[in-house]
Design a protein around this ligand. Structure first.
Ligand code: GLC
Length: 802
């Protein structure tokens, strides 16, 4: 079933049926003022922290009766009412017509009912810390209409969402509301001292511009009424708010305006929500009296976001690929880059920091679009590397570079562990820096980045180059019995505990790859001593990895007791995806190993919805450290289709030149490809989730944990670097596409180091990869490398595959 379509031109996803199988969300603002909004107006907002700055209430684990940002309309003659979003009133869909346009940082919902048209836009103005809901209501009938509008928001009583939800004997008694002209003000802890910085005192407001307030409510129960829901608030049903405010009860903001609309007349009403004192609120509200302000602000948002996305645009024969690479995967990458795993309909915002590996990976997803924005965050993440070379497992939002406490390898109850809940270092964290830094240098050409001096998390400083050396050292100082990096607390797979001294082939491949990257830097800088060191240790590591080859696959690793995980003969978990894809990405696998291992991946792990993380799932033969066995088979890390790993499979197949296979994996796992199977996928068809249930589940194909997942970046890299073949290095751009043989070609528009590249890739022989010839600005060039020195302001590149 299909509920909407991609509008590539406007960079929107348009939902034409509002009864989507789950709330389909969009992100507005930033964590400074974050708002998540569903296609039916559901969702919540927060200031700075999803968990500790929640201002609009949301009920997790519920798909029904969710609070949100609602505007009700009542026809006072017909005594009928509805809402500008289909929910919460939920009029019959044969009478209520609606379209939701999720765009880049705004959502517009257009609805028609009883000859009244409403167009509601939600957004957070660029770099502002409040939100706007603008509705335009039009009378499409030929008679005057006597209407009332009711803007409604349900405030939390406490900024800490948990306190607000469960500690009612406290939170009910700290808040009251007042009505001040055109706004409801909510006061929280107002007796604890009116000092915004030092006390728990807070003020929020819900105000309206464009229509006078005829009545209001600040008391939730007075507005909704007993034994009622958001779908039939008593105030709306009877046609008036009773001006009751809350005091020792739940707060809300409800503002009623009575309007008469002539035939064809449109009225614009603007609601604003924020956590500001009344004086600031008044200034904000007053500004919206200026005609055209909302349109200008939305235009500014669009210009900003489209400007970002237009740094890399493609035109291929696949709509799914175009929509994801040009718009939605890219936008998701920005959201994960900015929001990390902060807040969604699944994450409540409790993780008050950046996961080291998560963020260093997330950065990769935007490098091809905005390398300098990426660089800022790389610097930040390097400042969260400890001087022993390891990464802090969790980098606090208020990270104090140079002054941080660190995990204690001999004490799982260290101060750091208590503060963050992360007992120890993980084997992989700092190793993610290598591909990320390398991609940044490739995109920007900024080799001097390696000489930038950055502090360590716990003090001291070094150049980026030395930081990277220490990351290598961290692994080398912690080798296990098979001379591979020790498992420590975990590797990429949080659910796989090989034991402190266990060993992970995944991490070993990462280290092998890191060594190749740093050797390149060492040679470039004339650090021959270090290059010689790598020349000695890398083959040794290679030897250990060679021993991990088990006929037609690489094993997953060794447990501390020496037992192999992922041996071919194992009754369960005998085939794992990541060691195979990473054997290729790392450059370690021989041609034969690469071909064999990836073929086995296809044979054993592939499903109609993507590639499973491993097979068979753990049911009867798990060991204690195989934590994933607690998940139902074919779910999450226990044999589910873990979405993040799809990107690596796509990349590995692309690197092997297998365009058909790379694209097959893209398509199977792509949300866009499930657009007409929404009843199967459930999740938004325009964003990746963390995983998809695999074939043993009765709900095979259903995806979970929307938006905030590392999938954004890995799939983006798989598509851009892999399938599109954009492989920049410090000197220029290697172009090495790996595409379906059926494609006649495709086009890329790319901004690169201040210049614009128009790349026309032609595939007359219908091959999957391989560059036969290339011209740059009409001049024939050997091979598939375009030196930066050949690039002009507008560079036209023609690549012929064959
Ligand atoms: C989740 C975690 C990520 C981890 C992955 C696999 O996505 O956020 O850190 O690598 O699961 O376990």
């Amino acid at each position: 079933m299909q509920y909407g379509y991609f509008d590539l031109e406007h960079k929107e996803y348009v939902i034409t049926r509002p009864d989507t199988p789950a709330p389909w969300a969009n992100y507005l603002g930033s964590p400074e003022y974050g708002a998540i909004v569903s296609n039916n107006g559901g969702g919540y907002s927060f200031v700075k922290s999803g968990a500790n700055g929640r201002i609009i209430r949301y009920r997790f684990n519920s798909n029904i009766g969710l609070p949100g940002r609602y505007i009700y309309i009542r026809d006072n003659d017909a005594k009928d009412y509805w809402s500008c979003t289909w929910q919460p009133v939920g009029k019959p869909l044969d009478q209520y017509k609606t379209e939701c346009h999720h765009g880049t940082a705004y959502t517009t919902i257009k609805s028609d009912y009883a000859d009244i048209h409403s167009e509601l836009t939600y957004y957070v103005p660029l770099n502002k810390t409040y939100e706007v809901w603008r509705t335009k209501i039009t009378n499409n009938s030929d008679r005057y209409r006597n209407l009332s509008t009711f803007g409604f928001v349900e405030f939390t009583n406490e900024n800490n969402y948990e306190q607000d939800q469960v500690n009612l004997q406290y939170t009910l008694f700290i808040t009251r509301t007042s009505f001040e002209g055109n706004k409801i003000v909510q006061h929280i802890n107002e007796n604890s001292g009116k000092d915004e910085n030092g006390s728990n005192w807070r003020e929020r407001f819900f105000g309206v511009v464009g229509a006078p307030v005829s009545a209001y409510n600040g008391n939730l129960d007075s507005f909704i009424g007993s034994y009622r829901t958001y779908g039939n608030p008593v105030a709306v049903e009877r046609g008036f708010c009773d001006n009751k405010l809350n005091y020792n009860s739940n707060a809300c903001g409800a503002l009623q305006s009575d309007i008469i609309l002539a035939p064809g007349e449109t009225k614009e009403i603007i609601y604003v929500v924020g956590q500001k004192n009344p004086k600031v609120a008044d200034e904000i509200l007053a500004a919206y009296n200026e005609p055209g302000k909302v349109d200008a602000e939305v235009k500014e948002l669009i210009a900003y976001w489209h400007g970002q996305l237009n740094n890399f645009q493609i035109e291929t024969p696949s709509d799914e690929f175009n929509n994801m690479v040009n718009v939605w995967n890219a936008y998701q990458c920005f959201i994960t880059f900015i929001w990390s795993r902060a807040a969604s309909f699944i994450y409540c915002g409790l993780r008050n920091g950046y996961g080291y590996r998560d963020t260093v990976q997330d950065i990769q997803g935007i490098i091809h679009i905005n390398p300098e924005l990426a660089a800022e965050k790389i610097r930040f993440m390097i400042s969260a590397q400890v001087d022993n070379g390891g990464g802090l497992p969790l980098v606090k939002f208020d990270h104090k570079a140079g002054h941080e406490t660190c995990p204690d390898e001999n004490d799982e109850n260290s101060i750091y562990a208590k503060e963050t809940g992360h007992p120890c270092y993980r084997a992989d964290d700092a190793l993610w820096l290598f591909p990320t830094v390398n991609k940044y240098i490739g995109e920007s050409g900024n080799k001097a980045f390696l000489d930038e001096v950055i502090v360590y998390a716990n003090g001291g400083e070094d150049t980026v180059y030395e930081h990277l050396k220490r990351a290598i050292n961290f692994s080398m100082e912690r080798l296990g019995a098979h001379t591979m990096p020790a498992g420590l607390y975990a590797d990429w797979n949080d659910c796989l505990r090989l034991g402190k001294k266990g060993e992970s082939t995944f991490v070993a491949f990462q280290l092998y790859y890191a060594m190749s990257i740093i050797k390149g830097y060492a040679l470039d800088r004339g650090d021959n001593e270090y290059a010689a060191y790598i020349d000695k240790v890398q083959p040794e590591l290679g030897k250990s990895l060679e021993a991990c080859w088990d006929e037609d696959r690489f094993i997953r690793g060794y447990r501390e007791n020496g037992e192999i995980v992922g041996a071919k003969k194992d009754p369960e978990a005998s085939m794992w995806l990541n060691p195979q894809s990473w054997s290729v990405i790392s450059g370690f696998a021989s041609d034969k190993q690469a071909e064999t291992a990836m073929e086995k991946v296809h044979e054993i792990l592939n499903t109609p919805f993507g590639v499973k993380i491993m097979e068979p799932p753990y049911v009867d033969h798990y060991f204690d450290g195989a934590l994933m066995h607690i998940f139902n088979p074919d779910t999450k890390e226990n044999g589910g289709i873990f979405s993040q790993t799809q990107g690596w499979a796509i990349l590995a197949e692309s690197l092997l030149g297998h365009g058909d296979r790379a694209f097959e994996y893209f398509l199977e796992s792509s949300p866009a490809n499930m657009n007409d199977k929404a009843e199967v996928r459930i999740l938004e068809p325009y964003v990746h989730g963390q995983f998809t249930e695999s074939t043993r589940s009765p709900y095979a194909g259903r995806s979970h944990v929307h938006w905030l997942t590392g999938t954004g970046s890995t799939v983006m890299v798989g598509c851009v670097e892999g399938i599109c073949g954009m492989r920049p290095n410090a000197e220029g751009l290697v172009i090495s596409p790996s595409i379906p043989h059926t494609w006649d070609g495709f086009k890329i528009e790319k901004n690169f180091r201040g210049k614009h590249l128009s790349i026309d890739i032609q595939n007359p022989d219908h091959v999957q990869s391989g560059v036969k010839s290339m011209t740059v600005n009409g001049e024939a060039v050997e091979g598939n490398f375009v030196c930066e020195c050949k690039m002009t302001e507008q560079t036209n590149i023609v690549v012929v595959l064959g």
